[in-house]
Design a protein around this ligand. Structure first.
Ligand code: ATP
Length: 326
């Protein structure tokens, strides 16, 4: 691969607040370095359909504060096939694009890694997913905003729960990881937090409920990650209802509102740093790597490691949540 003159940028997988800030940073850093920039619309589908738009510095004005993604995102089955990726390569070559920045999650990086094994055209990734579940980075774009959204919602639920002495099961996003649940649970003083990372003894809800009973707590909030082994907030609430018939139990599933909204300051700043770092990485002849943030510093992590290795929650925080909810 020769000198990089023109780069593409796309968003792929689930949308996350802060993706626009990353698109802006990629575009402006590239232009600052004398490169041309092409926006690829609808994720990998846009590579296959040549759905390309030129991006100038002004194309990304007034987007840093907006949720969603101006380039749109999509799931694309065709990119999973070697033929689909061949089409993508041919389209990139025709458009004279020398490198691509992919903003997305694990699946997007897997596709990019396979592409990198098949073709000599570098892809660099930026972690963008509200779940914060990507190995090799402390942080993913959108997580901070989603977390703050959940905290605001749970605070509101706490008001009504206290007014009626109710127990609320609040289901939050996190199909495979409990970051949003754990952090929002600590931040809202939840009585219990159920996440995919905890099993058995750690999850003794009955004990917690009996304890709350003794203390005569006026409300109980139990945060449930959607991927928890108990089978979601409704299923868990049902079991508890059968056991504690006197309790006034309600369920609230926060759902897609966790994905939307204006990105937090942290998400905007980190997306700006990562967008800048991704272009720098391409200029440094990097390929098949994700740019991440570890202990506040920019790091490069191979797609292989980012995808293959699991990121665990800090189990000290699980203990902390339990201690603080006595
Ligand atoms: P999120 O964490 O928000 O779900 P993601 O990037 O993991 O984001 P996916 O839907 O898993 O989201 O993947 C996005 C796209 O990446 C897929 O639609 C597909 O085009 C591509 N992709 C995913 N897995 C593979 C794979 N195994 N091989 C090739 N391409 C893949």
């Amino acid at each position: 691969m020769g000198k990089i003159r023109k780069i593409g940028v796309l968003t792929s997988g689930g949308d996350a607040p802060g993706m626009n800030a990353a698109i802006r940073a990629v575009t402006r850093t590239a232009i600052y370095n004398g490169l041309e920039v092409t926006g690829i619309r609808h994720g990998y589908q846009g590579l296959i359909d040549s759905n390309f738009i030129p991006l100038q510095a002004s194309s990304v004005s007034d987007i840093i504060q907006r949720g969603g993604t101006i380039l749109k995102t999509a799931r694309c089955e065709e990119f999973r096939t070697p033929e689909g990726r061949r089409k993508a390569y041919n389209n990139l070559r025709s458009a004279q694009i020398d490198g691509v920045v992919v903003i997305g999650g694990d699946g997007s990086f897997t596709g990019a890694r396979l592409f990198g094994e098949e073709f000599d055209l570098p892809f660099v990734g930026i972690p963008g997913t509200i779940d914060n579940d990507i190995y090799g980075t402390d942080y993913t774009i959108g997580y901070d905003t989603a977390l703050n959204t959940v905290v605001q919602c749970v605070d509101k639920i706490r008001d009504t729960a206290s007014a009626h002495n109710r127990m609320f099961f609040v289901e939050v996003m996190g199909a495979e990881a409990g970051f949003i649940a754990l952090y929002s649970g600590i931040a809202t003083g939840a009585e219990a937090i159920l996440i995919p990372e905890t099993k058995g003894e750690d999850r003794d809800l009955s004990k917690m409920i009996m304890n709350g009973n003794t203390r005569k707590k006026s409300s109980n909030i139990i945060i449930v990650a959607e991927g928890d082994e108990g089978g979601g907030a409704f299923a868990i609430a049902e079991k508890v209802k059968n056991q504690f018939k006197d309790y006034d139990i309600r369920v609230s599933v926060l759902g897609h509102l966790q994905r939307g909204g204006s990105p937090s300051a942290i998400d905007r700043v980190n997306a700006s740093r990562l967008g800048h770092a991704a272009v720098e990485a391409l200029l440094d002849d990097q390929k098949s790597v994700m740019v991440g943030l570890m202990n506040g510093e920019i790091v490069l992590v191979s797609f292989r490691r980012a995808v293959k290795l699991d990121k665990d929650v800090d189990h000290n925080l699980i203990d902390l949540a339990r201690i603080l909810s006595v």
